[in-house]
Write a protein that binds this ligand. Structure first.
Ligand code: GAL
Length: 351
């Protein structure tokens, strides 16, 4: 593993870039700014390395970002309607940063923090643990929360992301990793040729502001049916209201077999490069987002402007607006409990 300065923040603190390397000589780069994954370099079917993650050249890019590229987002990944919820008989109001709603922990969420990073020298593979504390009342959330996110890059080209979080007062908690993938290795290509599978029979339909209606709907007979691998470009423009109001895919799938053990939630196959990605998680939900709001206004690595459909997100999490939907799996975290999540992005190739 190597580390190097990644650029100064406006308050003079220095961000660091860590590069994790495995025996296959493939790499993952991480920054302690927002605990972001900055790049993932993996081979195509001919052994040619390519960076399959959208990101920026330096810390300033991450400071200027408004699309949460690669960050850990939270305390609550995804939306909470009107930024309002009740817990223990008390109503809490969170920062509003997306229309009338709260999104991804608010404007000063986890993505704005400079995390403490510790290299785990004893681990069998390159591994860095990021830690941050969110004080009581930050962005309106109750309780002081402490979160560790350990990133490991093993010899099987698996990026293992392990979260563990605690609180000193009852609160709600739902962090996630917000990477944008493009398996072609060149984000000037869209992700429309990628074939996607999502192991989910149902999704949570949402209104135009992306807030779930509270119902679960079967994917069967809809363009959101990814139970068998399907080319994204073949269904993204289907005349289906849920897609039209979201300007593409931006929905939460209800993963099958949620039992808190880690299993395969999704696969992505880029037929041309042969790169194949599997997403494994212990979470109940998966937000699949096709970069609908990327508009070319932000330039990433190598000066490439990120456009609508330059990347896709597969965010493992609880369902949006769960604090206001008692029928959804609970996101309440109490003192004495530990929030845990394990998510794995595994890379290989197919001929
Ligand atoms: C996604 C979300 C989108 C959009 C994006 C950030 O997680 O589903 O609606 O907010 O983050 O631009």
């Amino acid at each position: 593993m190597t580390s190097k300065p990644f650029g100064k923040l406006s308050d003079g603190r220095e961000a660091t870039l860590y590069t994790l390397r495995n025996k296959k000589n493939t790499t993952v780069a991480l920054s302690n700014l927002g605990a972001a994954v900055v790049s993932i370099n993996v081979p195509d079917k001919n052994g040619v390395l390519g960076d399959v993650l959208l990101g920026y050249e330096n810390a300033q890019g991450y400071v200027d970002d408004d699309s949460y590229l690669g960050f850990i987002v939270g305390r609550y990944g995804n939306r909470i309607a009107k930024g309002k919820f009740s817990l223990g008989g008390k109503t809490y109001r969170l920062g509003i940063n997306d229309g009338e709603n709260h999104l991804h922990g608010g404007k000063d969420g986890f993505h704005r923090k400079l995390w403490d990073a510790t290299i785990n020298a004893k681990a069998p593979f390159d591994s860095v643990a990021m830690h941050c504390v969110s004080p009581d009342g930050e962005e309106g959330y109750p309780g002081m929360v402490s979160l560790y996110v350990a990133y490991t890059w093993n010899d099987n080209n698996e990026l293992i992301i392990e979260y563990s979080g605690t609180t000193d007062a009852p609160t709600i908690f739902n962090p996630t990793s917000h990477g944008y993938f493009n398996l072609t290795g060149d984000p000037r290509n869209t992700v429309l040729d990628h074939e996607l599978m999502i192991a989910a029979d149902q999704f949570t339909p949402a209104g135009p502001e992306r807030i779930p209606t509270g119902k679960l709907q079967k994917v069967e007979g809809t363009p959101l049916d990814f139970r068998s691998p399907k080319r994204i470009g073949d269904c993204i423009n289907a005349p289906f209201e849920q897609l039209q109001t979201a300007k593409g895919f931006d929905h939460n799938w209800v993963l099958n077999d949620f039992d808190q053990t880690v299993h395969r939630a999704a696969t992505v196959n880029d037929l041309k490069s042969g790169r194949f990605m599997e997403v494994l998680t212990d979470q109940p939900g998966l937000q699949f987002y096709t970069g609908n709001f990327l508009d070319g206004s932000h330039k990433g690595k190598e000066g490439i402007a990120y456009q609508c459909r330059s990347g896709l997100c597969l965010e493992t999490q609880h369902f949006p607006d769960s604090p206001n939907r008692p029928q959804f799996p609970s996101v309440v975290l109490k003192p004495g409990e530990t929030y845990r999540q394990t998510t794995i992005y595994r890379f290989s190739t197919k001929d």
